[in-house]
Design a protein around this ligand. Structure first.
Ligand SMILES: Nc1ncnc2c1ncn2[C@@H]1O[C@H](COP(=O)(O)OP(=O)(O)OP(=O)(O)O)[C@@H](O)[C@H]1O
Ligand SMILES: [Mg+2]
Length: 334
């Protein structure tokens, strides 16, 4: 290993609503943690970040403030986003940071100039020499291996925690796009709401997410799965155990799934006829954690009439794409 490679500490970061993933040039992915931060309310000290902080979510100890600083694809808390980003950048480098790195950070397409500045300045205060921002769908398309440099159109749908981003890309540019605030979080909320209304049980965000991952489906399944949930009945206030099955979750998720499909149809409708023809032939690639919902590819295919495939490792497409750009920054600079 030459001296320079020891110093090469450039980073690509997928700053997601649900998860933050960090790639170090020449080393690969070194951090993949929930975007959650726990702060001591009195002193302002950062107590936990990532998985450790996520475990505390919903338990609300009085002395702690536990937050997801990004919500609905937006930065809802600038200061805490900065703290979290700084923490992850330092962690990625541990004591290796000998020179100031260059950092590529992916951001949602709908981000405002003010939010861009927050992300840039967070990167700088964390020690970056240069900060480049890349739109998530473009990074996702590169990471999923789509031929974005070609004239033929490619369509990528990134279903994350806070957002669904649809991008129609041709010749390395986004020709049409749509960014909506439906994704994994809205699915979790729908499950919480369903269980509250139909089973008189109030459950937390983390539990709802587990149920989605265990039982969630966008299509009717032959084999019905079940899970049991313990809690307190919202009416009687007594401890109770309820059973929920995958058919009920299908019902609970229907509206959110339809909204995701609507956003895809919107972009297909806007597409110039030539490119729409390319998509009809090549199909759509779905990615992001939400694309792992069972049967989602199938319903999208049914409702749009277009072939659909799921990217390999959907949770990592964006950071992989940003990593590829990092390895060849001059080519992707614009
Ligand atoms: N097997 C699964 N089935 C359904 N949903 C899943 C599964 N695995 C993960 N998810 C969901 O994927 C979401 C996280 O995806 P991802 O990490 O791509 O989001 P993000 O990039 O942080 O968010 P965004 O892109 O909106 O900022 C979470 O809502 C999580 O619950
Ligand atoms: Mg994402």
């Amino acid at each position: 290993m030459g001296l320079f490679s020891r110093w090469a500490s450039d980073l690509a970061i997928d700053l997601g609503t649900a998860n933050t993933v960090v790639y170090v040039k020449g080393r690969g992915i070194v951090i993949n943690e929930p975007s959650v931060i726990a702060i001591n309310k009195k002193t302002g000290a950062v107590l936990a970040v990532g998985i450790e902080a996520k475990r505390m979510l919903g338990r609300n100890p009085v002395s702690l403030e536990i937050v997801r600083p990004l919500k609905d694809g937006k930065i809802s808390n600038a200061k805490k986003t900065e703290e979290m980003l700084k923490h992850f950048i330092r962690l990625a480098h541990s004591k290796r940071m000998l020179i100031q790195p260059r950092i590529i950070i992916s951001v949602p397409t709908g981000i405002t100039d003010a939010e861009r500045q927050i992300v840039e300045s967070a990167g700088r205060t964390a020690g970056a020499r240069e900060v480049y921002l890349v739109e998530e769908p473009l990074a996702a398309a590169v990471g999923a291996g789509l031929p974005i440099n070609e004239a033929g159109g490619s369509m990528i749908v990134d279903i994350g925690g806070g957002t669904t981003e649809v991008g129609l890309i041709s010749l390395s540019e986004t020709v049409a796009s749509y960014s909506g605030i439906v994704g994994g979080d809205k699915m979790n909320e729908a499950i919480m709401q369903y269980i509250k209304s139909n089973k008189n049980l109030q459950i937390g965000e983390n539990r709802a997410e587990q149920i989605k991952i265990e039982l969630g489906t966008a299509v009717k399944t032959e084999k019905i799965k079940e899970a049991q949930i313990k809690g307190y009945d919202t009416v009687t206030r007594l401890p109770t155990t309820i059973t929920i099955n995958s058919d009920e979750i299908l019902d609970a998720l229907k509206k959110t799934v339809n909204e995701i499909i609507e956003s895809i149809i919107k972009v297909l409708d806007e597409a110039p006829p030539e490119l729409a023809g390319d998509i009809a032939e090549r199909g759509i690639v779905i990615t992001g954690g939400g694309s792992l919902l069972h049967g989602l590819d199938k319903v999208i295919r049914e409702k749009t009439g277009v072939p659909v495939s799921t990217a390999d490792d959907p949770l990592l497409s964006v950071v992989r794409g940003a990593g590829i750009m990092l390895e060849d920054i001059s080519k992707y600079k614009k």
